[in-house]
Design a protein around this ligand. Structure first.
Ligand code: PMP
Length: 381
């Protein structure tokens, strides 16, 4: 590969990326001394900037046994007691047989599908699933078909037509889609899968865990269908302001993952101190109802101004289309003190570049009003 040529191509397509170094203060970020409202964070509950929570956690720690590194993979000597506590808590909260923690959502999604399938399996995945799921599909030896986004009639046809040709079919979706902010119809998906004994359901709740459901367990909790989901994946790096991911599942699936999942087996486990922080926040999750309600309110307010957006979540996309236009609008917003990054291909399909506003409980209402007024100035709504 000619590296220089590849980079020039990216420049020409308006798709060149570079790192921005930011300082954080509550819902604001500072770049070269200028202050911006952070509209691109996944810290949906505003926990990442809560100093009182950090202090409470640190003062509860037993420093001599709180390692900053696991120094080995889980299967070697890295399975510290903190893991057992976190997995047990997840298991109890979700009322499932088992739970298992991974280093990240990326590790989870790239590892679970290859570990749980073979060439007698079929994966049916929504067209808009996250890159990590697509990579998991690519790494698996299963056959795969992508169905049109949230098109359950097409999905039903695919399941019906292929049911007798495969030993196992796994339907894969996100509950809240990361770049569109719309939701999957989980009860409908559960209905479809329950018609066949060998069809399983895999739901990535990365953007719903913490922020949806009466106690923050996600959209499956909200819809009362946790028990019907075979692989319910959540991540700790977003609303929970930590790092890592998990799947709640059956004992049999957990056992299979421990034995076959390469992104679990061949990597150093997360530091015990991070696992403890995840547990610390998880235990407090039911008490964040006011934040969940507030985020819903400001999301609805912003969505009313961007009427072409589907769904009802806290991820509110403003569809632009072309890459250059999208970057220009992102820069214009920056001029008004808003940090909202331009999302371009390959993160989203070509021609659908967008500004993705992701809202957090620590954004004051007057800032949302200021954003709405600014949007009216820079883009006809
Ligand atoms: N799933 C989805 C839907 C995501 O949006 C992301 C990351 N943005 C991930 C998985 C990966 O999670 P992590 O950041 O923990 O690797």
């Amino acid at each position: 590969m000619n590296v220089q040529e590849k980079l020039s191509e990216l420049h020409q397509e308006g798709n060149y990326r570079s790192l921005t170094h930011l300082q954080h203060e509550g819902c604001y970020v500072f770049k070269e001394g200028k202050k911006y409202l952070n509209l691109s964070s996944n810290d949906y509950l505003g926990i990442a900037s809560k100093i009182d929570l950090r202090n409470e956690f640190l003062s509860s720690l037993d420093i001599p046994s709180s390692g900053f590194s696991a120094s080995a993979s889980r299967l070697q000597t890295g399975s510290y007691p903190e893991y057992k506590l976190l997995e047990e808590k997840l298991r109890l909260l979700y009322h499932t047989e088992s739970a298992i923690v991974f280093n990240s959502g990326y590790h989870a999604n790239t590892g679970i599908l290859p570990a749980m399938t073979d060439n007698k399996s079929l994966i049916l995945a929504d067209k808009l699933v996250h890159a990590s799921i697509i990579d998991g599909i690519r790494l698996s030896s299963a056959k795969s078909i992508r169905y049109r986004h949230n098109d359950y009639q097409q999905l039903e046809r695919l399941v019906h037509d292929h049911a007798s040709c495969y030993e196992q079919i796994i339907i894969v979706t996100e509950s809240i889609f990361s770049m569109d902010g719309d939701e999957a119809d989980l009860p409908r998906l559960c209905q479809i899968k329950k018609r066949y004994p060998h069809v399983m359901l895999y739901v990535d709740e990365a953007h719903a865990f913490g922020i949806r459901g009466a106690s923050g367990l996600g959209c499956a909790e909200e819809n009362g269908c946790i028990a019907d989901i075979d692989f319910l994946v959540g991540t700790f790096g977003k609303a929970l302001a930590s790092v890592g991911a998990f799947v709640v599942c059956s004992n049999l699936i957990r056992e299979c993952l421990i034995n076959r999942m390469r992104t679990f087996i061949f990597t150093t486990a997360l530091p015990p101190i991070n696992v403890s922080w995840s547990l610390f926040i998880l235990e407090k999750l039911p008490h964040f109802s006011a934040q969940r309600k507030y985020v819903k309110t400001i999301s609805q307010r912003l969505r009313r101004q961007l009427p072409r957006t589907a769904g009802s979540s806290h991820i509110v996309p403003m569809l632009i289309g072309g890459n250059d236009d999208c970057v220009r609008i992102s820069q214009e917003l920056a001029g008004y003190g808003f940090f909202a990054s331009a999302i371009r291909p390959p993160t989203v399909p070509a021609g659908t570049a967008r500004i993705r506003f992701s809202l957090s409980a620590n954004i004051p209402e007057n800032e949302i009003e200021r954003l709405i007024q600014t949007l009216a100035k820079i883009q006809p709504l």
